[in-house]
Design a protein around this ligand. Structure first.
Ligand code: FES
Ligand SMILES: [Fe+2]
Length: 448
């Protein structure tokens, strides 16, 4: 790759020139350039399907949860007709936030600046001195809160896109459908509900959002940085480690930019997970029995971790959590993490899992602290003039991708340290960045 300055083509940022997947090299400036960051807001975050929240956060009409899509503040709510809405949280009059609370229940969204008032469906229903001030009156219908173009729900999660040309959510997922479904299902793999534990952990890291996302998509090589946690032994079993043991791991990368680490546990395996808590171990064993009954051979084949392009990451097994890396600037991201459990699990099980999950992930979680330190320094390492002349190395396992009858996408089992998943993510990123419209972004099989 050449130096950073020959890649500004005609005033436009060329992403493909910075992400060379033919040789597995990526220019460092994509992690620190404010120009690229600004372009990402339009090319990626204003187009892609983004995770917004969970239906369990808005059970009743008027319930709302304040979320984010890219840099934008959005209100996830349920209107009087029980319809889910995602509204841009900025008053059409002069931009004030019409909702300043993290969550709650309301009848309207009332702007405290000059008192414009909006209904749960986003429509403008109240304007100060409407009759006296506006001659002729303006049409309130034209001045409701800005709404997303499309909303989809999937196993309780809510997703939205600003772009009416975006394909439907299932097409967007492609081969990731199976992983997301398995990742969000209750332990027994049935139709029961999962629920979020109360509260959202929110914190800021000095890192580009992509550094976080690529880690979430599956980076087995970085396990070495969690050595201290493994020694400390925070896992839900006797002895050391941070999790119950894996069986047979496999990487799965999708042309749509999503990536996962799967585990393949034989359906006749004797599961002794969560042995530190007998009631949790018992609940898990019973769920595993039902799961094998329901899914047969596929019962133990599912994601451990993964990421849905662009910025939603999840842990599907130990712990069970969703994390979104919201962009704030080129070198700052706001991480939002929630944890989920089977709704019908006994309280003691939920409590045991809550303590385990919080010791693992989040700003106080020992595993996440290792990651945060790496992400921060890695982002810092992209700034220098000299540093920027030298690209990053994403070559592990190149050309070794195969297929697996049980795992969708490009699959590498050996070597498990392959960087195929980050490569798929950045390939997709470059497609989004350089495409004029959704029509120029390959979908389905053509995305490869
Ligand atoms: S900014 Fe909302 S009413 Fe003026
Ligand atoms: Fe990690």
């Amino acid at each position: 790759m050449g130096d950073g300055h020959d890649r500004l083509l005609g005033g436009e940022v060329s992403a493909r020139a910075r992400v060379d997947m033919g040789i597995g090299e990526i220019s460092r400036d994509i992690f620190v350039s404010e120009e690229i960051y600004r372009r990402e807001q339009a090319q990626v975050f204003a187009r892609a399907w983004l995770y917004v929240g969970h239906e369990s956060q808005i059970r009743k009409p008027g319930d709302f949860f304040l979320s984010r899509m890219g840099e934008e503040s959005v209100i996830l709510t349920r209107d009087q007709n029980h319809k889910i809405r995602v509204l841009l949280n900025t008053c059409r009059h002069r931009g004030m936030k019409v909702c300043r609370y993290d969550e709650g229940n309301t009848k309207t969204f009332y702007c405290p600046y000059h008192a414009w008032t909006y209904g749960l469906d986003g429509s403008l229903i109240g304007v100060q001195d409407y009759r006296g001030l506006y001659q002729p009156p303006f049409d309130k219908e034209d001045w409701g809160l800005v709404q997303v173009a499309k909303i989809a729900t999937f196993r309780g999660t809510v997703w939205a896109t600003w772009d009416s040309d975006a394909p439907d959510f299932e097409t967007y997922l492609g081969g990731a459908r199976r992983a997301l479904d398995a990742g969000l299902a209750p332990w027994d793999g049935g139709d029961g509900e999962v629920e979020l534990l109360d509260g959202v952990q929110k914190w800021i890291v000095p890192s580009n959002w992509k550094v976080v996302a690529e880690n979430g998509s599956g980076d087995m090589l970085h396990n070495v940085s969690h050595r201290s946690v493994d020694l400390a032994g925070i896992g839900p079993k006797e002895g050391s480690g941070r999790r119950d043991p894996f069986r047979q791991l496999a990487l799965s990368a999708l042309p749509e930019g999503h990536g996962f680490i799967y585990d393949k546990v034989p359906s006749d395996a004797d599961r002794n997970d969560y042995s530190l808590s007998p009631i949790t171990a018992e609940y898990f064993k019973e769920a595993w029995r039902r799961r094998v009954e329901l899914l047969g051979e596929a019962a133990g084949v599912g994601p451990v971790v993964g990421a849905i392009f662009p910025n939603m990451c999840f842990h599907a097994q130990q712990p069970r959590t969703i994390m979104v890396a919201h962009p704030r600037s080129a070198t700052s991201s706001e991480l939002w993490r929630v944890y989920f459990v089977d709704k019908d699990a006994p309280t003691e099980v939920k409590q045991f899992l809550r303590r385990y999950y919080l010791s693992y992930s989040g700003p106080g979680g020992m595993t996440e602290q290792d990651d945060m330190e790496n992400w921060g320094y890695a982002t810092q390492g992209c700034h220098g003039e000299i540093s920027q002349r030298h690209p990053f190395h994403y070559k592990a396992g190149m050309g070794l991708e195969g297929t697996d009858p049980m795992v969708p996408g490009a699959v590498t089992e050996n070597p498990i340290g392959s960087e195929q998943n980050p490569r798929a993510l950045y390939n997709r990123w470059a497609q989004f960045m350089d495409a004029a419209t959704w029509n120029d972004i390959p979908t389905g099989r053509a995305a490869a």
